[in-house]
Design a protein around this ligand. Structure first.
Ligand code: ADP
Ligand code: ASP
Ligand code: MG
Length: 411
């Protein structure tokens, strides 16, 4: 008997009809002789609506109360899905995050899972029931309710699969798998049969919303066999695994992009040994996530530091730096907003020099100005103007031959 975790995202449980459809797929797996744990998200756009509702009360809601509010979304879905399963003749029981034993660190709004006590789920499974678990939530050692960050239901599913040593974790969503890039943006994006954990982790971190980055991290660390597939169509999805064969002998597997990037430049910092560590420790201690960093020495004793951040945290970042201006000793802060990050990812880059050069040439041929660059072994990211983002994605998708209309040959 196999143990399977099936996760259904918001659009896949957005209406009573869709919840019944999810129930059908779960029962199908159970009838094939599997033990099934279902993990669900809030229905449709419920989480966004709850965020808006909080905004009616206050412009600065406390993170604790936001978690209390947002976790209600998933609680609606678990109960409805359990009812649908029972109605269809299969015993089921719903569990909130704490009932499912999901313990997290005490960081409201973006907590990491620390441990899962699987006893209660195992008890349900042994009684022949389907366990229906609320995604995106957990609780802390001091019994506070937490959430795992937007899109975090994927992480609940994969973490449960790891803790229960499940044979498989299936992520059911509104596309048929992981594509070369977001199929809603590039019409001829191609569905990938397989992708490696490392490539998927880069894509997820660089903005491909199809999987929560921490879900991929768990899958990689615990070797969870992961499949992303459609909740509405039967076709096989994309397998995320340790080593994925490269189709068409390509070096780039996919593209990711993010539209809300701001570049901050701190001018005329003292050019000392501790400069970088003082600036970035301050930001890190205040949970400010910095992305690409560039340092340039302008005069002998002065240096400029530029870095990119998510535009949503611009105000708090500048405020924090200004509060510490005396101690850091800089001149002024400049910024450029309206930027976007476009990245290419592929494990083939390790053994193929010149991929970055090819990317830069393709963008400059289209008169797209590159403002920042960062690379790792398997990715190159560029920051460009937001107005150039779509053009950049389409250009790179073409140049690296990712189009669905190119016939697939296996390596
Ligand atoms: P769910 O509610 O099921 O968790 P999400 O909206 O979080 O669904 O993720 C699915 C969406 O991810 C797709 O509708 C698609 O627009 C987007 N997406 C972004 N990049 C990719 C990609 N490379 N492959 C597939 N989908 C992608
Ligand atoms: N409902 C949460 C969100 O919208 C979690 C999830 O869907 O994964 O972010
Ligand atoms: Mg999602």
């Amino acid at each position: 008997m196999a143990l399977i975790v099936q996760k259904f995202g918001g659009t896949s449980v957005g209406t009573p009809e869709k919840i019944r459809n999810a129930a059908k797929r779960i029962i199908q797996a159970a009838n094939e002789g599997n033990q099934v744990i279902a993990v669900v998200s809030a229905m449709g756009k419920t989480t966004d609506e709850l965020v808006k509702l909080a905004g009616e009360m206050t412009s600065k809601p406390s993170k604790r109360e936001m978690d209390m509010l947002l976790t209600t979304g998933e609680q609606i879905t678990i109960s409805l899905l359990a009812m649908a399963l029972e109605e269809a003749g299969h015993p089921a029981e719903s569990l909130t995050g704490w009932q499912a034993g999901i313990q997290t660190e005490s960081l409201h709004g973006n907590a990491r899972i620390l441990d899962i006590d699987t006893k209660r789920i195992e008890l349900l499974l042994n009684e022949g029931k389907i366990a229906v678990v609320a995604g995106f939530q957990g609780w802390t050692a001091s019994q506070s309710i937490t959430t795992l960050g937007r899109g975090g239901s994927d992480t609940t599913a994969v973490a449960l699969a790891a803790a229960l040593r499940a044979d498989k974790c299936e992520i059911y969503t509104d596309v048929t798998g992981v594509f070369t890039t977001d199929p809603r943006v590039v019409k001829h994006a191609r569905k990938l049969a397989a992708i490696s954990y490392d490539e998927m982790l880069e894509l997820a971190n660089l903005g491909a919303g199809v999987l929560h980055p921490r879900a991929v991290e768990f899958a990689k660390n615990y070797g969870v066999k992961l499949e992303v597939r459609s909740s509405m169509e039967e076709e096989r999805g994309t397998i995320v695994e340790e080593e994925a064969e490269m189709e068409n002998n390509l070096v780039v597997r996919g593209l990711a992009f993010e539209g809300n990037v701001t570049k901050i430049t701190i001018e005329n910092l003292p050019n000392g040994l501790n400069t970088l560590s003082s600036v970035f420790s301050l930001l890190a201690d205040n949970n400010i996530n910095v992305d690409i960093i560039i340092q340039s020495v302008n005069k002998q004793e002065k240096t400029n530091i530029s870095f990119s951040i998510d535009s949503a945290i611009f105000d708090e970042t500048v405020q924090l730096l200004e509060q510490n201006k005396g101690q850091l000793g800089f001149g002024q802060i400049l910024h450029e907003d309206g930027l976007a990050k476009v990245s290419i990812v592929g494990s083939g880059m390790i053994s193929n020099p010149g991929v970055a050069a090819q990317m830069f040439k393709a963008l400059s041929d289209k008169d797209i100005m590159i403002k920042m660059v960062s690379t790792s072994e398997i990715k190159v990211s560029t920051v460009v103007g937001q107005q150039d983002m779509i053009n950049a994605i389409e250009t790179l998708h073409d140049v690296f031959e990712l189009d669905a209309r190119v016939p697939v040959q296996h390596a």
